[in-house]
Design a protein around this ligand. Sequence first.
Ligand code: UD1
Length: 418
Amino acid sequence: MQELKITGGRRLSGELTISGAKNAVLPILAASLINGGVTVIENAPRLTDVESSLEILRTLGCEARWSQGNIYIDSQNATRCRIPSSLTGKMRSSVIFLGAILARFRSAVISAPGGCELGARPVDIHLRAMRALGASVYELAGDIYASCEEPQGGFITLPFPSVGATENAMILASSARGVTVIKNAAREPEIRDLADYLRALGVGVYGAGTANITVSGRDSFNKYVSHRVIPDRIEAATYLACVCAAGGSATLKCVRPDDMRSVLEVFRAMGAELRASGDELSIAVNGSLRSPGGVVTAPFPGFPTDAQPPVCAALLFCGGVTEVTETIFENRFSYAPELRKMGGDIKISGTRASIGGGSALHGECVSARDLRGGAALMVAAVGAGGESRISGLEHIKRGYADPEGALKALGAEVLLIQ
Ligand code: UD1
Protein backbone atom coordinates (compact mmCIF):
# COMPACT_ATOMS: atom_id res chain seq x y z
CA MET A 1 0.00 0.00 0.00
CA GLN A 2 1.48 3.34 -1.05
CA GLU A 3 2.02 6.13 1.46
CA LEU A 4 3.13 9.71 1.11
CA LYS A 5 5.78 10.61 3.66
CA ILE A 6 5.93 14.36 4.18
CA THR A 7 8.36 16.09 6.51
CA GLY A 8 6.63 19.38 7.14
CA GLY A 9 7.36 22.69 8.70
CA ARG A 10 9.76 24.06 6.11
CA ARG A 11 8.98 27.04 3.92
CA LEU A 12 8.08 26.26 0.34
CA SER A 13 9.64 27.78 -2.72
CA GLY A 14 9.12 26.62 -6.26
CA GLU A 15 7.27 26.57 -9.53
CA LEU A 16 4.54 24.18 -10.63
CA THR A 17 2.60 23.60 -13.84
CA ILE A 18 -1.04 22.88 -13.14
CA SER A 19 -2.73 19.98 -14.99
CA GLY A 20 -5.89 19.95 -17.04
CA ALA A 21 -9.10 19.91 -15.02
CA LYS A 22 -10.52 16.58 -13.87
CA ASN A 23 -14.04 18.01 -13.70
CA ALA A 24 -13.76 19.29 -17.27
CA VAL A 25 -12.22 16.24 -18.91
CA LEU A 26 -14.66 13.67 -17.47
CA PRO A 27 -17.84 15.05 -19.09
CA ILE A 28 -15.94 15.67 -22.33
CA LEU A 29 -14.82 12.03 -22.34
CA ALA A 30 -18.46 11.00 -21.96
CA ALA A 31 -19.54 13.40 -24.72
CA SER A 32 -16.92 11.97 -27.09
CA LEU A 33 -19.29 9.06 -27.61
CA ILE A 34 -21.83 11.09 -29.56
CA ASN A 35 -20.02 11.99 -32.78
CA GLY A 36 -19.21 8.42 -33.83
CA GLY A 37 -15.77 9.69 -34.78
CA VAL A 38 -12.42 10.78 -33.43
CA THR A 39 -11.78 13.11 -30.50
CA VAL A 40 -8.27 14.11 -29.44
CA ILE A 41 -8.07 15.67 -25.98
CA GLU A 42 -5.00 17.73 -25.12
CA ASN A 43 -3.88 18.66 -21.61
CA ALA A 44 -5.80 15.76 -20.08
CA PRO A 45 -4.62 14.87 -16.57
CA ARG A 46 -3.36 11.33 -15.86
CA LEU A 47 -5.80 10.49 -13.10
CA THR A 48 -7.39 7.22 -12.08
CA ASP A 49 -10.85 8.73 -12.74
CA VAL A 50 -9.72 9.46 -16.30
CA GLU A 51 -8.50 5.87 -16.67
CA SER A 52 -11.89 4.66 -15.38
CA SER A 53 -13.67 6.79 -18.00
CA LEU A 54 -11.43 5.38 -20.74
CA GLU A 55 -12.30 1.90 -19.51
CA ILE A 56 -16.01 2.76 -19.71
CA LEU A 57 -15.56 4.03 -23.28
CA ARG A 58 -13.74 0.80 -24.23
CA THR A 59 -16.52 -1.25 -22.63
CA LEU A 60 -19.00 0.61 -24.85
CA GLY A 61 -16.91 -0.39 -27.88
CA CYS A 62 -14.78 2.72 -28.45
CA GLU A 63 -11.08 2.83 -29.06
CA ALA A 64 -9.81 4.94 -26.15
CA ARG A 65 -6.13 5.34 -25.30
CA TRP A 66 -3.29 7.71 -24.58
CA SER A 67 -1.24 8.78 -27.57
CA GLN A 68 1.76 11.11 -27.27
CA GLY A 69 0.46 12.68 -24.08
CA ASN A 70 -3.05 13.23 -25.48
CA ILE A 71 -6.16 11.12 -25.22
CA TYR A 72 -7.32 9.57 -28.49
CA ILE A 73 -10.90 8.32 -28.75
CA ASP A 74 -12.58 6.79 -31.76
CA SER A 75 -16.25 6.18 -31.00
CA GLN A 76 -17.21 5.06 -34.52
CA ASN A 77 -17.51 1.38 -33.62
CA ALA A 78 -19.23 1.81 -30.25
CA THR A 79 -22.10 -0.65 -29.98
CA ARG A 80 -22.90 -1.19 -26.33
CA CYS A 81 -25.16 0.97 -24.19
CA ARG A 82 -24.68 -0.55 -20.73
CA ILE A 83 -22.14 0.37 -18.04
CA PRO A 84 -21.77 -2.49 -15.56
CA SER A 85 -21.52 -1.97 -11.82
CA SER A 86 -17.87 -3.09 -11.82
CA LEU A 87 -17.13 0.22 -13.60
CA THR A 88 -19.69 2.56 -12.03
CA GLY A 89 -18.36 1.48 -8.64
CA LYS A 90 -14.89 2.74 -9.60
CA MET A 91 -16.09 6.18 -10.57
CA ARG A 92 -19.17 7.51 -8.89
CA SER A 93 -19.61 10.30 -11.41
CA SER A 94 -20.26 7.73 -14.18
CA VAL A 95 -23.88 8.97 -14.33
CA ILE A 96 -22.40 11.64 -16.58
CA PHE A 97 -22.41 8.99 -19.34
CA LEU A 98 -26.21 8.73 -19.24
CA GLY A 99 -26.95 11.64 -21.60
CA ALA A 100 -24.16 10.61 -23.98
CA ILE A 101 -25.23 6.95 -24.27
CA LEU A 102 -28.85 8.03 -24.77
CA ALA A 103 -27.81 10.57 -27.41
CA ARG A 104 -25.86 7.93 -29.33
CA PHE A 105 -27.95 4.77 -28.89
CA ARG A 106 -31.39 6.05 -27.75
CA SER A 107 -31.15 3.56 -24.91
CA ALA A 108 -28.92 3.35 -21.82
CA VAL A 109 -28.47 1.17 -18.75
CA ILE A 110 -26.23 2.41 -15.97
CA SER A 111 -25.66 0.43 -12.83
CA ALA A 112 -25.91 2.89 -9.99
CA PRO A 113 -22.88 2.98 -7.70
CA GLY A 114 -23.29 2.30 -3.98
CA GLY A 115 -23.45 4.95 -1.27
CA CYS A 116 -21.11 7.90 -1.48
CA GLU A 117 -18.69 9.25 1.03
CA LEU A 118 -19.84 12.86 0.51
CA GLY A 119 -23.49 12.21 1.27
CA ALA A 120 -26.52 10.91 -0.62
CA ARG A 121 -25.58 12.35 -4.05
CA PRO A 122 -28.95 11.59 -5.66
CA VAL A 123 -29.48 11.72 -9.44
CA ASP A 124 -33.12 12.87 -9.54
CA ILE A 125 -32.23 16.18 -11.26
CA HIS A 126 -30.31 14.31 -13.98
CA LEU A 127 -33.26 11.99 -14.59
CA ARG A 128 -35.74 14.85 -14.64
CA ALA A 129 -33.65 16.61 -17.31
CA MET A 130 -33.51 13.43 -19.43
CA ARG A 131 -37.29 13.11 -19.17
CA ALA A 132 -37.78 16.74 -20.17
CA LEU A 133 -36.04 15.87 -23.45
CA GLY A 134 -38.38 12.97 -24.14
CA ALA A 135 -36.61 10.05 -22.46
CA SER A 136 -38.45 7.51 -20.42
CA VAL A 137 -36.39 6.66 -17.37
CA TYR A 138 -36.86 4.28 -14.50
CA GLU A 139 -34.76 2.80 -11.73
CA LEU A 140 -34.85 -0.89 -10.91
CA ALA A 141 -32.73 -2.75 -8.38
CA GLY A 142 -30.17 0.04 -8.33
CA ASP A 143 -29.87 0.28 -12.13
CA ILE A 144 -31.03 3.22 -14.24
CA TYR A 145 -32.81 2.34 -17.49
CA ALA A 146 -33.41 5.12 -20.01
CA SER A 147 -34.71 5.14 -23.56
CA CYS A 148 -36.16 7.53 -26.10
CA GLU A 149 -37.04 7.13 -29.77
CA GLU A 150 -35.91 10.61 -30.66
CA PRO A 151 -34.88 13.21 -28.08
CA GLN A 152 -36.85 16.42 -28.46
CA GLY A 153 -35.61 19.87 -27.50
CA GLY A 154 -37.48 21.37 -24.58
CA PHE A 155 -37.45 23.66 -21.57
CA ILE A 156 -35.63 22.41 -18.49
CA THR A 157 -35.64 24.35 -15.25
CA LEU A 158 -33.22 22.80 -12.81
CA PRO A 159 -34.32 23.01 -9.15
CA PHE A 160 -30.63 23.44 -8.25
CA PRO A 161 -27.74 24.37 -10.59
CA SER A 162 -26.36 20.83 -10.53
CA VAL A 163 -23.10 20.60 -12.47
CA GLY A 164 -23.57 16.99 -13.52
CA ALA A 165 -27.24 17.41 -14.47
CA THR A 166 -26.44 20.52 -16.55
CA GLU A 167 -23.76 18.51 -18.37
CA ASN A 168 -26.06 15.53 -18.99
CA ALA A 169 -28.78 17.84 -20.29
CA MET A 170 -26.35 19.69 -22.61
CA ILE A 171 -25.05 16.42 -24.06
CA LEU A 172 -28.47 14.87 -24.71
CA ALA A 173 -29.80 18.19 -26.03
CA SER A 174 -26.94 18.18 -28.57
CA SER A 175 -28.59 15.28 -30.38
CA ALA A 176 -32.20 16.38 -29.80
CA ARG A 177 -34.50 17.64 -32.52
CA GLY A 178 -34.90 21.39 -32.04
CA VAL A 179 -33.78 23.79 -29.37
CA THR A 180 -33.35 23.16 -25.65
CA VAL A 181 -33.26 25.87 -23.02
CA ILE A 182 -31.72 24.96 -19.65
CA LYS A 183 -32.69 27.41 -16.92
CA ASN A 184 -30.92 27.72 -13.57
CA ALA A 185 -27.98 25.94 -15.23
CA ALA A 186 -24.67 25.49 -13.44
CA ARG A 187 -22.19 28.25 -14.36
CA GLU A 188 -18.91 26.50 -13.54
CA PRO A 189 -15.92 27.01 -15.89
CA GLU A 190 -16.06 23.27 -16.64
CA ILE A 191 -19.53 23.81 -18.15
CA ARG A 192 -18.02 26.41 -20.48
CA ASP A 193 -15.33 23.91 -21.45
CA LEU A 194 -17.92 21.26 -22.28
CA ALA A 195 -19.79 23.86 -24.37
CA ASP A 196 -16.57 24.60 -26.27
CA TYR A 197 -16.15 20.89 -27.01
CA LEU A 198 -19.78 20.52 -28.15
CA ARG A 199 -19.37 23.57 -30.38
CA ALA A 200 -16.31 21.89 -31.93
CA LEU A 201 -18.64 18.97 -32.73
CA GLY A 202 -20.84 21.46 -34.58
CA VAL A 203 -23.55 21.90 -31.95
CA GLY A 204 -24.98 25.38 -31.34
CA VAL A 205 -24.46 26.12 -27.64
CA TYR A 206 -25.12 29.61 -26.31
CA GLY A 207 -24.99 31.10 -22.84
CA ALA A 208 -22.67 28.56 -21.16
CA GLY A 209 -21.29 30.28 -18.07
CA THR A 210 -24.66 31.94 -17.44
CA ALA A 211 -27.76 30.50 -15.77
CA ASN A 212 -29.53 30.12 -19.15
CA ILE A 213 -27.99 27.77 -21.68
CA THR A 214 -29.47 27.19 -25.12
CA VAL A 215 -28.54 24.14 -27.16
CA SER A 216 -29.52 23.70 -30.76
CA GLY A 217 -29.39 19.96 -31.47
CA ARG A 218 -28.08 18.18 -34.56
CA ASP A 219 -28.36 14.74 -36.08
CA SER A 220 -24.79 14.63 -37.37
CA PHE A 221 -21.55 15.89 -35.91
CA ASN A 222 -18.03 16.73 -36.98
CA LYS A 223 -16.13 13.45 -37.13
CA TYR A 224 -12.67 14.71 -36.19
CA VAL A 225 -12.40 17.05 -33.23
CA SER A 226 -9.55 18.15 -31.02
CA HIS A 227 -9.98 20.00 -27.75
CA ARG A 228 -7.63 21.36 -25.08
CA VAL A 229 -8.92 21.00 -21.52
CA ILE A 230 -8.93 24.04 -19.21
CA PRO A 231 -6.60 24.12 -16.16
CA ASP A 232 -7.65 22.50 -12.90
CA ARG A 233 -8.67 25.33 -10.55
CA ILE A 234 -9.03 22.92 -7.60
CA GLU A 235 -5.54 21.50 -8.02
CA ALA A 236 -4.24 25.09 -8.16
CA ALA A 237 -6.20 26.02 -5.01
CA THR A 238 -4.79 22.98 -3.19
CA TYR A 239 -1.17 23.91 -3.85
CA LEU A 240 -1.84 27.58 -2.93
CA ALA A 241 -3.24 26.23 0.35
CA CYS A 242 0.03 24.30 0.85
CA VAL A 243 1.99 27.56 0.61
CA CYS A 244 -0.38 29.19 3.12
CA ALA A 245 0.17 26.30 5.54
CA ALA A 246 3.96 26.16 5.25
CA GLY A 247 4.80 29.78 4.35
CA GLY A 248 7.10 30.74 1.49
CA SER A 249 6.31 31.46 -2.14
CA ALA A 250 5.40 29.72 -5.37
CA THR A 251 4.47 30.36 -8.95
CA LEU A 252 1.76 28.28 -10.57
CA LYS A 253 1.80 28.07 -14.36
CA CYS A 254 -1.02 27.23 -16.78
CA VAL A 255 -3.82 28.52 -14.54
CA ARG A 256 -6.85 30.73 -15.15
CA PRO A 257 -6.91 33.16 -12.23
CA ASP A 258 -10.27 34.56 -13.40
CA ASP A 259 -11.87 31.16 -12.75
CA MET A 260 -10.53 31.19 -9.17
CA ARG A 261 -11.71 34.58 -7.91
CA SER A 262 -13.68 33.37 -4.88
CA VAL A 263 -10.79 31.21 -3.68
CA LEU A 264 -8.18 33.90 -4.29
CA GLU A 265 -10.32 36.37 -2.33
CA VAL A 266 -10.13 34.05 0.69
CA PHE A 267 -6.36 33.60 0.40
CA ARG A 268 -5.97 37.40 0.09
CA ALA A 269 -8.17 37.98 3.14
CA MET A 270 -5.89 35.55 5.01
CA GLY A 271 -2.97 37.87 4.21
CA ALA A 272 -1.32 35.97 1.35
CA GLU A 273 0.11 38.14 -1.43
CA LEU A 274 -1.18 37.00 -4.81
CA ARG A 275 -0.18 38.25 -8.20
CA ALA A 276 -1.79 37.10 -11.44
CA SER A 277 -0.20 37.68 -14.81
CA GLY A 278 -1.67 35.97 -17.86
CA ASP A 279 -1.82 32.27 -17.10
CA GLU A 280 0.56 32.52 -14.13
CA LEU A 281 -0.27 33.01 -10.50
CA SER A 282 2.29 33.80 -7.80
CA ILE A 283 1.75 33.55 -4.09
CA ALA A 284 3.95 34.78 -1.25
CA VAL A 285 3.25 34.15 2.41
CA ASN A 286 5.54 36.07 4.73
CA GLY A 287 4.73 36.30 8.41
CA SER A 288 1.60 35.03 10.05
CA LEU A 289 -1.78 34.74 8.40
CA ARG A 290 -5.14 35.73 9.89
CA SER A 291 -8.67 34.34 9.68
CA PRO A 292 -10.42 35.56 6.51
CA GLY A 293 -13.77 35.72 8.33
CA GLY A 294 -16.37 33.13 7.32
CA VAL A 295 -16.19 30.85 4.30
CA VAL A 296 -19.37 29.47 2.71
CA THR A 297 -19.33 27.01 -0.19
CA ALA A 298 -21.73 27.74 -3.04
CA PRO A 299 -22.24 26.99 -6.74
CA PHE A 300 -19.92 28.98 -9.05
CA PRO A 301 -19.06 31.86 -8.88
CA GLY A 302 -19.20 31.10 -5.13
CA PHE A 303 -16.51 29.35 -3.14
CA PRO A 304 -16.13 25.80 -4.56
CA THR A 305 -17.01 22.85 -2.36
CA ASP A 306 -14.01 20.96 -3.79
CA ALA A 307 -11.63 23.62 -2.42
CA GLN A 308 -13.22 23.54 1.04
CA PRO A 309 -11.14 20.69 2.56
CA PRO A 310 -7.67 21.95 1.51
CA VAL A 311 -8.55 25.52 2.46
CA CYS A 312 -9.86 24.38 5.86
CA ALA A 313 -6.50 22.68 6.44
CA ALA A 314 -4.71 25.95 5.59
CA LEU A 315 -6.98 27.83 8.02
CA LEU A 316 -5.44 25.79 10.87
CA PHE A 317 -2.31 27.89 10.28
CA CYS A 318 -4.10 31.28 10.48
CA GLY A 319 -4.60 33.27 13.65
CA GLY A 320 -8.18 33.47 14.97
CA VAL A 321 -11.24 31.31 14.49
CA THR A 322 -12.90 30.74 11.10
CA GLU A 323 -16.41 29.40 10.60
CA VAL A 324 -16.77 27.35 7.41
CA THR A 325 -20.21 26.37 6.11
CA GLU A 326 -20.61 23.58 3.55
CA THR A 327 -23.80 24.01 1.53
CA ILE A 328 -23.29 21.53 -1.35
CA PHE A 329 -22.54 18.13 0.22
CA GLU A 330 -23.77 17.18 3.67
CA ASN A 331 -20.85 14.95 4.63
CA ARG A 332 -17.77 16.80 3.56
CA PHE A 333 -15.84 17.11 6.83
CA SER A 334 -14.91 13.44 7.28
CA TYR A 335 -11.22 14.41 7.17
CA ALA A 336 -11.57 16.48 10.39
CA PRO A 337 -10.72 13.62 12.84
CA GLU A 338 -7.45 13.06 10.95
CA LEU A 339 -6.57 16.77 11.26
CA ARG A 340 -7.38 16.61 14.98
CA LYS A 341 -4.88 13.73 15.33
CA MET A 342 -2.26 16.18 14.02
CA GLY A 343 -3.21 18.69 16.72
CA GLY A 344 -5.62 20.71 14.58
CA ASP A 345 -8.41 22.58 16.38
CA ILE A 346 -11.38 21.78 14.12
CA LYS A 347 -14.87 21.25 15.51
CA ILE A 348 -17.71 20.01 13.34
CA SER A 349 -21.37 20.63 13.91
CA GLY A 350 -23.52 19.36 11.04
CA THR A 351 -22.50 21.24 7.93
CA ARG A 352 -20.38 23.77 9.82
CA ALA A 353 -16.77 23.65 10.87
CA SER A 354 -15.18 25.94 13.41
CA ILE A 355 -11.46 26.14 12.81
CA GLY A 356 -9.15 27.56 15.43
CA GLY A 357 -5.85 28.62 13.96
CA GLY A 358 -2.58 29.03 15.67
CA SER A 359 -2.08 25.72 17.54
CA ALA A 360 1.11 24.04 16.33
CA LEU A 361 0.37 20.94 14.25
CA HIS A 362 2.64 17.89 14.44
CA GLY A 363 3.32 15.11 11.94
CA GLU A 364 1.16 12.00 12.26
CA CYS A 365 0.09 8.82 10.43
CA VAL A 366 -3.22 9.76 8.82
CA SER A 367 -5.48 8.23 6.23
CA ALA A 368 -7.32 9.82 3.28
CA ARG A 369 -10.95 8.72 3.05
CA ASP A 370 -11.97 10.74 0.02
CA LEU A 371 -10.26 12.77 -2.69
CA ARG A 372 -10.42 16.34 -1.37
CA GLY A 373 -10.20 15.20 2.26
CA GLY A 374 -6.89 13.61 1.21
CA ALA A 375 -5.82 16.96 -0.24
CA ALA A 376 -6.53 18.55 3.15
CA LEU A 377 -4.15 16.05 4.78
CA MET A 378 -1.39 16.96 2.30
CA VAL A 379 -1.84 20.65 3.12
CA ALA A 380 -1.76 20.01 6.87
CA ALA A 381 1.29 17.75 6.55
CA VAL A 382 3.45 20.32 4.71
CA GLY A 383 2.67 22.88 7.42
CA ALA A 384 2.99 20.55 10.45
CA GLY A 385 6.28 20.07 12.28
CA GLY A 386 7.86 16.62 11.75
CA GLU A 387 6.99 13.60 9.71
CA SER A 388 3.52 12.65 8.49
CA ARG A 389 2.54 9.53 6.62
CA ILE A 390 -0.59 9.72 4.49
CA SER A 391 -2.24 6.47 3.41
CA GLY A 392 -5.32 6.07 1.22
CA LEU A 393 -3.45 7.52 -1.76
CA GLU A 394 -5.87 5.80 -4.14
CA HIS A 395 -8.39 8.50 -3.19
CA ILE A 396 -5.91 11.34 -3.78
CA LYS A 397 -4.85 9.93 -7.16
CA ARG A 398 -8.41 10.23 -8.43
CA GLY A 399 -7.78 13.97 -8.65
CA TYR A 400 -4.04 14.66 -8.32
CA ALA A 401 -1.85 13.03 -10.96
CA ASP A 402 1.49 13.30 -9.20
CA PRO A 403 1.17 14.70 -5.66
CA GLU A 404 4.73 13.68 -4.79
CA GLY A 405 6.20 15.44 -7.84
CA ALA A 406 4.06 18.53 -7.34
CA LEU A 407 4.98 18.94 -3.67
CA LYS A 408 8.66 18.39 -4.51
CA ALA A 409 8.45 21.07 -7.20
CA LEU A 410 7.19 23.42 -4.49
CA GLY A 411 10.19 22.58 -2.31
CA ALA A 412 8.50 20.24 0.18
CA GLU A 413 10.31 17.23 1.64
CA VAL A 414 8.25 14.34 0.40
CA LEU A 415 8.73 10.70 -0.47
CA LEU A 416 6.37 8.17 -2.04
CA ILE A 417 6.70 4.92 -0.09
CA GLN A 418 5.67 1.89 -2.19
C1 UD1 B 1 -20.26 18.78 -7.57
C2 UD1 B 1 -19.92 20.25 -7.48
C3 UD1 B 1 -18.88 20.54 -8.52
C4 UD1 B 1 -17.72 19.62 -8.30
C5 UD1 B 1 -18.15 18.16 -8.32
C6 UD1 B 1 -17.03 17.18 -8.04
C7 UD1 B 1 -21.32 22.19 -7.03
C8 UD1 B 1 -22.61 22.86 -7.27
N1 UD1 B 1 -21.11 21.04 -7.68
O1 UD1 B 1 -20.76 18.51 -8.84
O2 UD1 B 1 -18.47 21.88 -8.45
O3 UD1 B 1 -16.76 19.83 -9.26
O4 UD1 B 1 -19.14 17.99 -7.34
O5 UD1 B 1 -16.76 17.07 -6.69
O6 UD1 B 1 -20.49 22.68 -6.31
N2 UD1 B 1 -28.18 16.93 -6.32
C9 UD1 B 1 -29.44 16.39 -6.18
N3 UD1 B 1 -29.95 15.68 -7.22
C10 UD1 B 1 -29.27 15.49 -8.38
C11 UD1 B 1 -27.99 16.05 -8.51
C12 UD1 B 1 -27.48 16.77 -7.45
O7 UD1 B 1 -30.09 16.55 -5.15
O8 UD1 B 1 -29.79 14.84 -9.30
C13 UD1 B 1 -27.59 17.70 -5.18
C14 UD1 B 1 -26.40 16.97 -4.61
O9 UD1 B 1 -26.75 16.03 -3.63
C15 UD1 B 1 -25.61 18.12 -4.04
C16 UD1 B 1 -25.86 19.24 -5.01
O10 UD1 B 1 -27.08 18.91 -5.68
O11 UD1 B 1 -26.11 18.49 -2.80
C17 UD1 B 1 -24.72 19.47 -5.99
O12 UD1 B 1 -24.70 18.48 -6.87
P1 UD1 B 1 -24.06 18.55 -8.33
O13 UD1 B 1 -23.61 19.90 -8.72
O14 UD1 B 1 -24.94 17.80 -9.22
O15 UD1 B 1 -22.83 17.64 -8.05
P2 UD1 B 1 -21.75 17.28 -9.02
O16 UD1 B 1 -22.18 17.34 -10.43
O17 UD1 B 1 -21.15 16.03 -8.48
